[in-house]
Design a protein around this ligand. Structure first.
Ligand code: PMP
Length: 301
């Protein structure tokens, strides 16, 4: 153990040594946390997940995340592995055991372990549950937000049910990598009509020259982000004009501001789109105000 801790090789730092994961009823050291090779999440991406912010050691918007989790499970006909109240206790315990103050909680539920067969496994197959939690560097995140991020457009190539928060994320993985390789932080999927759906791991927004905040309606074409829902409240509280409609990349190029929202980034200003500066190329006033006030509107248990 000690020898292991002394290995300088990241990510096996001493911090990761003390991390704990919840796996199917057990709290285990993170580095030993394993699922079976025939887990359907591993073989078929047959599962769902949630990512929830932890702030001051408390879960942010837990109720909405659990509502969305239950909906995703229902849409895929995977049963809830335990009552919601029990799950809430496990989430808290995982946060506590990892001494998370400001960070994220990851929860994944799959259709369980069964002999490989595309069709559903036999009735009674238990869903698999994995929960991890970790601290993140809030100062670095704030620094990033003060600079803003670059995004690129990529063709929408996902299945039509992206409203389900499934672990089937291959197009998102490829899109994010394309962004990285282009020196950007996020990729916006653009549908066949040239309209932005959402980011590879965030919802997409612009502010028009007239000052209207625009984001795509949360129909089946995007994930109904929890951060998006809260930001809609912040927009209403500020008396800003909201247009829930799809916008094109051309509109985004000409926008006064742009930003993305997600539980891990809150409201993140976008300062470049496909290499062109947005507005004056600095984080916008509206995005910055929404970011500042976001946590006043989020629910903290
Ligand atoms: N869209 C996609 C594709 C995402 O992966 C995420 C992040 N989970 C979001 C939107 C934002 O959702 P939330 O605000 O709930 O994090």
């Amino acid at each position: 153990m000690v020898g292991y801790a002394l290995r300088a090789n990241p990510p096996y730092t001493e911090i990761s040594l003390s991390r704990i994961a919840y796996v199917n009823g057990r709290y285990v050291p993170h580095r030993d946390a394993c699922v079976h090779v025939e887990d359907r999440g591993y073989q078929f991406s047959d599962g769902v997940y949630e990512v929830c912010e932890v702030r001051a050691a408390r879960l942010v918007d837990e109720r909405r995340h659990m509502d969305r989790l239950e909906r995703s499970l229902k849409e895929l006909r995977i049963s809830m592995p335990m009552p919601r109240s029990a799950l809430a206790m496990v989430l808290r315990e995982t946060v506590a055991r990892n001494r998370v103050r400001d960070g994220i909680l990851y929860l994944q539920i799959t259709r369980g372990v069964a002999r490989r067969d595309h069709a559903f496994p036999p009735p009674g197959t238990l869903p698999s549950v994995v929960i991890t939690a970790k601290n993140y560097d809030l100062d670095r995140l704030e620094q990033g937000a003060s600079e803003g991020i670059a995004v690129i457009g990529v063709p929408e190539n996902r299945w039509p049910r992206v409203d389900i928060k499934s672990v089937s994320l291959l197009p998102n993985v490829l899109a994010k990598q394309a962004a990285r390789e282009a020196g950007a932080k996020e990729a916006w999927f653009v549908d066949a009509e040239g309209r932005v759906t959402e980011g590879s791991s965030s919802n997409a927004w612009i502010v028009t020259r007239e000052g209207a905040v625009v984001t795509r309606p949360a129909d089946f074409g995007i994930l109904r982000g929890i951060t998006r829902t809260v930001v809609l409240d912040v927009i209403a509280a500020h008396g800003l004009t909201l247009e829930e409609r799809a916008f094109t990349m051309e509109e985004a190029y000409a926008a006064r501001e742009a930003f993305v929202t997600s539980a891990t980034q809150f409201v993140m200003p976008v300062v470049r789109i496909d290499g062109r500066p947005v507005g004056n190329g600095a984080p916008g006033l509206i995005a910055s105000a929404l970011r500042r006030d976001y946590h006043d509107h989020a629910e903290t248990a």
